[in-house]
Ligand binder design. Structure first.
Ligand SMILES: Cc1cc2nc3c(=O)[nH]c(=O)nc-3n(C[C@H](O)[C@H](O)[C@H](O)COP(=O)(O)O)c2cc1C
Length: 217
């Protein structure tokens, strides 16, 4: 698949077939993602892959914690966000609601417990970074994540970045036996898309270029 097709057609997958994916395929995708650029080629990402029954065991732990602590999906901002960004977030949720309702599931439960269950994906990739890096280096991990999702799509797998789990990073570090000096940047669910589920027909729009770009020339 050419890169243009992948960029135009990738979307976040929120329901996966209960089918395993091979280590070889995940390795190929991670190898592609490793080609992402990074400052001084430091490749600051540290990757942990959790698959099969261990992925399910981890999700049980996260969902238990969610039911106790109740931290939900949200913008996660430290200050009030400018209205334009809140409006985009609201539109994303509003557009998703009817798809979830078609499946007869409560929207909040779908997004929150669904995220912590990695939407049933057989594989999840955790991207960690050593806390000695400054926050600017997160962008390198973001590039890795972008390459990862495009490679997965081009190789026939669905993916979804899952940021909600960052609120449960203590539980994840404990599960993976990772020291506190490693920060969880993002996780990405990977697996075969269940195309029969309405939610996977959900497509997000983007702001026009004129809204987000200022030209100086
Ligand atoms: C950093 C990041 C965190 C995200 N966290 C979640 C999440 O916790 N749960 C979820 O369902 N989707 C999550 N997403 C997916 C976004 O909602 C999705 O990328 C966005 O709505 C654009 O849709 P698209 O990926 O289908 O193009 C996340 C995406 C990114 C980049």
């Amino acid at each position: 698949m050419d890169i243009q097709t992948a960029m135009e057609n990738r979307s976040s997958c929120r329901s996966y077939l209960d089918e395993s994916v091979s280590h070889d395929l995940i390795r190929e995708i991670l190898s592609d993602a490793s080609r992402a650029p990074s400052a001084l080629n430091m490749q600051p990402w540290e990757i942990h892959v959790v698959m099969g029954s261990e992925r399910k065991r981890l999700s049980r732990k996260l969902i238990k914690s969610y039911r106790e602590r109740g931290v939900t999906c949200g913008p996660g901002a430290s200050k009030q966000l400018p209205g334009v960004f809140m409006a985009r977030a609201r539109k994303c949720a509003d557009d998703m609601v009817p798809m979830v309702q078609k499946m007869g599931i409560d929207f909040k439960e779908f997004v929150n417990e669904g995220s912590l269950n990695f939407y049933g994906a057989p594989c999840v990739v955790f991207i960690f970074m050593d806390d000695s890096f400054p926050p600017e280096r997160m962008v390198d991990a973001g590039a890795f994540m972008g390459f990862l999702t495009l490679s997965a799509f081009s190789k026939g797998l669905g993916s979804c970045p899952i940021g909600l789990v960052n609120s449960y990073s203590a539980e994840i570090r404990d599960f993976l036996n990772i020291p506190e000096s490693k920060n969880l940047v993002i996780s990405v669910a990977l697996g075969k898309t269940d195309s029969s589920k309405p939610i996977n027909g959900f497509r997000t729009q983007r702001a026009t270029l004129d809204e987000v770009i200022r030209w100086i020339d």
